[in-house]
Ligand binder design. Structure first.
Ligand code: GN1
Ligand code: MG
Length: 367
């Protein structure tokens, strides 16, 4: 996508129906795909995003998904009153033409949301209370959407968590070797290929009819939950990938960030160790909401999700590294390789603690 300058951003922002004159616009957040800004007006702050339309090629479908999901969530919370609804769900601001996104002269796509003041998000979880809150947030999110017909949403990124699709992309990247990097990652490829078959369990259960498709979040990184100053759940954010999926994908993706004592891209892999009490706390928070709707088989699928998601994330980062870094934003040349190694270290740690993780999950189901 083209580079932006302040005038482009300001001019796009002026097409939205915001309150107050714009005082300043600054970069915001740590997303890998969209460009995110905070727009400060004399009245309040807004979150302003340029949608990456190379990733989200159907921007109209994406925004319609978001609208449907937000409408459903807001109806569910309506009895709590307007102020609570505005604090606990995202709110889209329409353009002055009454649309949910704006397409500028250079064909960039923009959207505006209310920025929830007084909230915090964490890249690394610090306490069990935070982990519990995260589990509760995503469990509640799935519960609130469990009566929304999955067919009402477009599958905005088809095969997003399909490991066969991701391995296919990796194989293509190896074959094409456009960046000439295949030789240097032989050890990693060996490690991945050894585990490929066992990572297919959820796919296999799904194809067998053992797992219902539900509406899931599909990007349950811990920093996609906003907490208030007392670490209570305030709002689940980043609805770009909300679409039909399996609950184990959300569970595994959350654990990938929650159980990790270090950042997703920690270069020193010796710092990446599992924080088992945080795993227990997340599982308990999640079950406090989800146990009422999960089937027995879905419960057994959760552990497979815990192994699959860091593995799949490694496959995705490595594919991008081999393709010459065209998908994720990077901050230095080997960033995707460092991310890959960090995710595989997590997989390795999880294999070491498999028994403990299994027991904790079984116990949290019956709490
Ligand atoms: C991307 O942009 P962000 O940080 O919300 C990615 C997720 C990955 C994540 C890894 C559409 O999310 O799937 O898990 O990076 N989103 C997309 O941090 O590919
Ligand atoms: Mg995201």
């Amino acid at each position: 996508m083209s580079e932006l300058n302040n005038n482009n951003i300001l001019s796009a922002a002026s097409h939205f129906d915001i309150e107050g004159d714009i005082m300043y616009i600054e970069r915001f957040g740590s997303g890998h795909i969209n460009d995110t800004y905070r727009v400060k007006t004399a009245v309040r702050s807004y979150l302003f995003q340029r949608i990456n339309d190379q990733v989200f090629t159907d921007v109209a479908g994406l925004m319609e998904n978001t609208r449907v999901v937000l409408h459903h969530l807001k109806q569910k919370l309506a009895h709590l009153g307007r102020e609570k609804v505005e604090k606990s769900t995202l709110t889209l601001i329409p353009t002055d033409e009454g649309k949910w996104y704006y397409q500028d002269e250079s064909d960039c796509f923009w959207r505006m949301l209310i920025l929830l003041e007084g909230t915090k998000s964490y890249d690394i979880v610090e306490t069990e209370a935070q982990a519990y809150a995260g589990g509760k947030a995503f469990g509640e999110f799935q519960k609130q959407l469990s009566d929304l017909e999955p067919g009402k949403l477009v599958e905005i990124l088809p095969n997003f968590h399909n490991i066969d699709f991701r391995m296919g992309n990796l194989r293509n990247a190896i074959k094409d070797n456009v960046a000439g990097r295949v030789e240097e990652v032989q050890d990693i490829l060996h490690y991945i290929l050894q585990r490929e078959e066992r990572m297919r369990t959820i796919l296999w259960m799904g194809n067998n009819g053992d797992l219902p498709l539900r509406i899931t979040h599909n990007d349950t990184k811990f920093n996609n939950v906003l907490l208030d100053e007392h670490d209570r759940v305030q709002c689940v954010i980043d609805l770009d990938t909300v679409m039909p999926g399996y609950v184990a994908y959300d569970f595994g993706d959350a654990i990938r960030t929650i159980i990790n004592s270090a950042a997703e891209d920690e270069p020193d892999t010796s710092k990446i160790i599992l924080n088992i009490p945080l795993f227990r706390a997340y599982a308990q928070g999640y079950m406090s909401e989800a146990s009422v709707f999960l089937t027995e088989k879905e419960m057994t699928s959760l552990l497979h999700g815990v192994f699959l998601l860091p593995f799949m994330q490694a496959v995705r980062f490595l594919t991008d590294y081999l393709n010459g870094d065209t998908y994720y934003k990077i901050h230095y040349p080997t960033h995707n390789l460092v991310r890959t190694r960090a995710q595989l270290k997590l997989v390795q740690e999880m294999e070491l603690y498999q028994e403990e993780l299994t027991t904790i999950l079984e116990e949290s189901v019956h709490v």
